[in-house]
Structure formats: structure tokens, C-alpha cells
Design a binder for this molecule. Structure first.
Ligand code: URA
Length: 410
């Protein structure tokens, strides 16, 4: 394989064979293909796209380069959901334990923040001590015991996605339908699922800006899933305003805990119940009762403990990760909230430090937004539109200016 030729072929709009893609991915995983060549390849794919056959071959190559779950005979239904990425999207933190309470197995392999969107792994790591680097044997044992494990890609599980995901995040190559499809589906297929629901987002806070683009992405994800014999269903959801009232790693965990206890914002709870219903069927009220009676919260606590965290820390997460500056932004006038632009809020959260500028960067767990108003709410002049949690006064000023543009009151 001559990598520059292969990159040039894709750059010029050519089609790559399954064998070429397999060699490229294997070479990248082994460290023989350097990041700069893979970044150029990703950019070529971004501009030129891929055929359905190429996308399926890329997904297969990324999955096959690592280990896969192998569930014992007679296992309960193995299910999962994956979101294509959004702002304030803490659904996984609630949904995974809820599905386990409903009798499923949920071996959820997630990612970190990508572009302006947050990542489940970064949110989970806001819980002190909680490990998301978990080997397959340990994950399988936890699945057997609790029905839920939440983990990240490793050098052995989806190793190609682990590297490529981080590379795309910092090279402007995230919003590409074939790359998103291969990234998501290689992780999900490695889980050896029976059923998968895909939460495909569109709007200013998503990689797909329009519903039409989201439909194309959904079709690509479903096609690859079907080819690999997984029951896949895609649901489209707008991401024009953030999910819930918080954006930022620890702040989102706190809100997810509220939802796990039967409270929290209505849009978050509705989304969780919609996605859970799509996977397990049955009465919505039965699923809701698993939130309301504390079962899902107890399951989450058990998972936290199993993965090295201390459930007692959850109640004081806000104090553990307290930003030095926490201040309200006042409404410039009274009226009805017309926009809470997810893209603008996500961009501001990124600049505050909740996401990454370089692959090697850490995230700041404490910063972000809470008490965000929702579209359609009435506010009076001077009322708080949100609170900004910032590391420095300069950061606060920058975020405040961005909020002034993102939140419109009419
Ligand atoms: N989620 C993923 O896992 N990968 C992507 O590329 C986008 C969202």
C-alpha cells in the first residue's frame, strides 16, 4: 500500500476498495500510518464523501481491527442507543441504567467531546475515580452482574476509532457522513448488539445542520447496521436548543442525576423515555416508574461504584467541581425566549474549556452553563437567562458576549 497514492485517489474523487481501506486502517492502528496522513485522508473523505460500499468497508475495517463483545448463550436482549452528538446531551447517563433496570444488557461504548458537542466519557470522568478504560473481560463480568457498563474505546476495543475520533476532533473533519457512520457503527457493532436506536440530531448544535442532511446520515447508519444484521432504528431530533438546562461536563452529570431520580427538565426526560420506548417497547409509564421510584438512580450508583467511583461523591459533585466564577446573565428586556442557539452555547462552552482544542488537551469539568432558559419561556427585564461557570473573568466576559447573541428574547 502506498499511502500518498491512496490519499490522492480519494482526494480526486476515486473509490477505494475494501482491501485498501482495511490496510489503511490496520496501518493506522499499528502506528505505521502517521496522524498527518490520516488527517489528510479524513479531509479527502470530508470533501469527496464515500460510496455506500466504501462506508460499509471502512466500518467493518474499524470494527475488525479490535476485539468485540461475545455474549453468553441465553443472554438478555443486548441494546444500546447512540447519539450523533449534541449540546447538553446527557441522555446516555440516564438511559443506560434505565434500560438495565428494564431487563436489558447495555454495553455502552461511547466517545469523548467532539467539535462543539460534549462526550459521554468526559461527563462520566467528572465523577472522581470513575474509570472508562475497562477491559473486555471486566466489562463482560460487570454486564452479567449489573446489566450495564459504560466504557470508551481502548487499544483493544475499537482502536482505530479511538485514534481517528481524537484526530477528527482537531482537524475539522467531524461533520462527514461516512466518517460519522464508521465511527459510530464500528463502536456499536463491537458491542454485538441485538437492537440499536440512533438519535440523529440536526440543527445549529449538531453536525448535520438540516433535517434533510440528518435523514441522509440516518439512512447511512441504518444501512450499515442492517448489513451487519443488527436491528437498527433511527430517530431524528432537533438540536436547535440545548437538551435540558445545563451544558458542561460536571453540570450535566448533576442534571442527569436529577432525571435519574424522576425530576430534571421535561425535554430530557421525554427524550430518554422516547429512546427507551423505541428499544424495549411496552408502556411508557412502566419505564417512567423506573426513574420515579429510584431504581435507575440506584443502578447508576452501582455502576459508578463498580467502575471505581464513590456514589457518595455524586451528591457533592457541584462542590467538587466548582468554577471560580459563577455569575448570572441578565435578560436585556422582558419578553418570550425565542432562541437558545445550541451552536452558540456549544461554541461558548468549548471556549470556556469544556471541550478540546488539541487532541492531547484535557477538559475542564467545572465550566459551562446551568439554569438555561428554554424557548417559549417568558422572562422579565433583568431576569437570569442562565448562569455561566467560568475559570477566569476574561472567560466569563467572552461567554457573556456569546450568550447575548445566542439567546434571543422577543
Ligand atoms: N459520535 C461518534 O461516536 N462518532 C462521531 O463521529 C460522531 C458522533
Amino acid at each position: 500500500m502506498h499511502v500518498p497514492t491512496l490519499i490522492a485517489h480519494k482526494r480526486d474523487g476515486g473509490e477505494l476498495s475494501a482491501a485498501e481501506l482495511r490496510q489503511l486502517i490496520d496501518g493506522y492502528t499499528r502506528g505505521e500510518v502517521p496522524d498527518y496522513q490520516m488527517a489528510a485522508f479524513a479531509m479527502a473523505v470530508f470533501f469527496r464523501g464515500m460510496t455506500a460500499a466504501e462506508t460499509a468497508a471502512l466500518t467493518q475495517a474499524m470494527m475488525a481491527g479490535g476485539e468485540c463483545f461475545s455474549h453468553r448463550a441465553g443472554h438478555p436482549p443486548v441494546v444500546d442507543k447512540h447519539s450523533t452528538g449534541g449540546i447538553g446531551d446527557k441522555v446516555s447517563l440516564v438511559l443506560a441504567p434505565l434500560l438495565a433496570c428494564a431487563g436489558c444488557w447495555v454495553p455502552m461504548v461511547s466517545g469523548r467531546g467532539l467539535g462543539i458537542t460534549g462526550g459521554t466519557l468526559d461527563k462520566l470522568e467528572a465523577i472522581p475515580g470513575l474509570r472508562v478504560r475497562i477491559g473486555l473481560d471486566e466489562a463482560a463480568a460487570q454486564l452479567e452482574r449489573l446489566g450495564v457498563v459504560m466504557l470508551g474505546q481502548t487499544e483493544r476495543l475499537c482502536p482505530a476509532d479511538k485514534k481517528l475520533y481524537a484526530l477528527r476532533d482537531v482537524t475539522g473533519t467531524v461533520p462527514s457522513i461516512p466518517l460519522i457512520t464508521a465511527s459510530i457503527m464500528s463502536k456499536k457493532l463491537a458491542e454485538s448488539l441485538d437492537r440499536l436506536v440512533l438519535d440523529v440530531k440536526y440543527g445549529s448544535g449538531a453536525f448535520m445542520r438540516t433535517q434533510q442532511e440528518a435523514e441522509v446520515l440516518a439512512a447511512s447508519l441504518v444501512a450499515v447496521g442492517r448489513e451487519m444484521r443488527v436491528e437498527v432504528r433511527a430517530m431524528l431530533h432537533p438540536m436547535s436548543e440545548p437538551t435540558g438546562r445545563t451544558v458542561g461536563n460536571a453540570l450535566e452529570v448533576v442534571e442527569a442525576l436529577e432525571c435519574l431520580e424522576g425530576g430534571g427538565p421535561a425535554d430530557l426526560r421525554d427524550l430518554v423515555l422516547d429512546l427507551a420506548g423505541a428499544l424495549v417497547g411496552g408502556a411508557r409509564a412502566a419505564l417512567a416508574s423506573l426513574l420515579d421510584d429510584g431504581s435507575a438512580r440506584r443502578k447508576f450508583d452501582a455502576m459508578v461504584a463498580a467502575q471505581g467511583g464513590n456514589p457518595a461523591d455524586l451528591a457533592r459533585l457541584g462542590a467538587i467541581h466548582q468554577a471560580p466564577i459563577i455569575r448570572e446573565v441578565a435578560a436585556p428586556r422582558g419578553g418570550v425566549v425565542a432562541t437558545v442557539d445550541a451552536g452558540g452555547i456549544g461554541q461558548a462552552a468549548l471556549q470556556l474549556g469544556a471541550g478540546r482544542a488539541r487532541a492531547s488537551d484535557g477538559v475542564d469539568f467545572a465550566v459551562g452553563f446551568d439554569r438555561l432558559v428554554k424557548c417559549g419561556e417568558r422572562v422579565h427585564h433583568g431576569q437570569a437567562l442562565c448562569r455561566i461557570h467560568a475559570r477566569t473573568a476574561v472567560d466569563f466576559d467572552m461567554a457573556e458576549a456569546m450568550v447575548a447573541t445566542a439567546i434571543g428574547v422577543e
